[in-house]
Design a protein around this ligand. Structure first.
Ligand SMILES: Cc1cc2nc3c(=O)[nH]c(=O)nc-3n(C[C@H](O)[C@H](O)[C@H](O)COP(=O)(O)OP(=O)(O)OC[C@H]3O[C@@H](n4cnc5c(N)ncnc54)[C@H](O)[C@@H]3O)c2cc1C
Length: 424
């Protein structure tokens, strides 16, 4: 067996630019726990240690599978799709009923991961979905709840107004659905903890190391990085907004997506705390939804529009991180109408990216059933809440285990219907 080598020991081999997957012969072998096979530096490489990749590395490592994790920046960085301190966590997932199972698995895994950090990962506050009874925010949430027998509460307009008077100017026919299992997850803390847990379970982690190409070769893959190359039997590519660069043809579009925080119009108003104003998604009118939650930290009250024509497709290596008035024009207008207790001019804006798939569902699995390659991406703006459950799924796929949920709806080669996803 070859001695384990570190990527840094190899030295650069002249692969400065970004190349996509190259394919030689197609052959893979089943993985086993323990040491990696002769001729391999590890059984698995996970490329990109953001939301999906950090948790995949952790779930592989706890299985005893030799794994190398490579991240171009420092884990928990602010340059991909997982910065901004909070993400909405919901269990009654209106995007697909199977996601209820993934959200519950994620919650259990985050409870386990909490042992690796003093920083809170998941806070359950409950959350409310608001819109006309026939709007997708309501029908999708109820469909997921009914499919899984979730104990959601249905509120009339009056009950909604009484419980959360911060929401004003409700659309005609609005009702509420209360998801008691909703809350916020803290992305940077979760990623850092997952990388820490992966390393503690035996994973080799290489931060600040960019993968420049993945060559699928006979029996495995050669992963080429800015610090050298290594050979593995399988590679998991979870590079978020950069996924299309390494694995083209998945139908992904990274979008420049600002995040915006607001303060109460009246500084004495204490009704916009996280407890007093927990997570919500709201159909403000026929064309626009907003999502958000009360102040979870000093950043303020986080509110965003579900989609905004000012948010544009980007090359993730060339994102304009400067802020202009266009970046908050729509959300300011919607806040002004729907949440008049807030000052509609954001107190904070920072840049992020959403990577849309063609149908709004994630892209998880083996493209063309290749035994050497697994991808995880296409977050479509609602994947962080599922990150640990996705890590577990990708680890199961790599290890050849039965998956805990049917993954046909996220298969990279699925037939696609138009994107109906409108939620976080
Ligand atoms: C404004 C906004 C609000 C959102 N709100 C919610 C929400 O409320 N709830 C929710 O569930 N989801 C939400 N999302 C979506 C969620 O944040 C994403 O689904 C999630 O962060 C995507 O994770 P990822 O692993 O695909 O990408 P990332 O976390 O960005 O990870 C990809 C990683 O790969 C690394 N990488 C890329 N290329 C290379 C390379 N060549 N070599 C090495 N490393 C590489 C990157 O540096 C990065 O660390 C929101 C997204 C945005 C932008």
């Amino acid at each position: 067996m070859l001695p384990r080598r570190t990527a840094r020991e190899f030295g650069p081999r002249g692969h400065g630019g970004m190349g996509s997957i190259r394919c030689e012969r197609n052959a893979g072998q089943p993985l086993a726990a323990g040491t990696s096979a002769a001729g391999f530096d590890a059984d698995v490489a996970v490329v990109g240690l953001g939301a999906m990749g950090s948790h995949t590395a952790w779930r592989l490592a706890v299985r005893g599978i030799p794994v190398i994790g490579v991240e171009q920046f420092a884990p928990g960085h602010a340059l991909g799709s997982s910065a901004g301190k909070t993400r909405l966590f919901r269990v009654a997932c209106l995007e697909h009923a199977n996601l209820v199972t993934v959200a519950r698995r994620s919650r259990a895994l985050w409870q386990e991961l909490q042992a690796h950090t003093a920083d809170p990962i998941l806070q359950i506050t409950g959350g409310v979905m608001i819109g006309p009874a026939d709007s997708r925010v309501i029908t999708g949430t109820l469909a997921a709840a009914e499919a899984h027998g979730l104990a959601v509460e249905r509120w009339t307009r009056d009950q909604l107004v009484e419980r959360f008077p911060q929401h004003q100017n409700l659309a005609e026919g609005s009702v509420g659905v209360w998801d008691p299992e909703a809350g916020v997850v803290h992305p940077e803390a979760a990623i850092v903890a997952a990388v820490h847990a992966a390393r503690a379970a035996g994973a080799e982690i290489y931060p600040d190391t960019r993968v420049t190409a993945v060559d699928l070769v006979d029996g495995g893959a050669v992963v080429r990085t800015t610090a050298g190359s290594f050979t593995v039997r399988q590679v998991v590519v979870t590079t978020g907004a950069w996924l299309g660069k390494l694995v083209p043809g998945l139908g992904l579009t990274p979008m420049r997506t600002p995040m915006t925080w607001f303060d109460p119009a009246d500084p004495a108003d204490d009704s916009f705390t996280l407890d007093g104003f927990p997570v919500f998604i709201r159909a403000v009118d026929q064309d626009n939804w907003i999502w958000g939650h009360g102040a979870a930290d000093s950043n303020g009250v986080k509110i965003g529009p579900d989609h905004d024509d000012n948010f544009t497709a980007v090359d993730p290596d060339r994102v304009d991180r400067g802020i202009s008035a266009k970046d908050h024009a729509l959300v300011s207008e919607l806040v002004s109408k729907a949440l008049p207790g807030l000052n509609p001019i954001p107190v904070r804006i920072s840049m992020c990216m959403v990577t849309h798939s063609r149908d709004g569902q994630f892209v998880l699995g083996r493209p063309r059933a290749d035994p050497r390659l697994v991808v995880g991406g296409g977050d479509s703006g609602h994947a962080f809440k599922h990150a640990s459950g996705i890590g577990e799924l990708l680890a199961q796929i790599v290890a050849g285990e039965a998956t805990y949920v049917d993954t046909a709806f996220v298969d990279p080669d699925r037939p696609v219907a138009p994107d109906e996803s409108q939620a976080r």
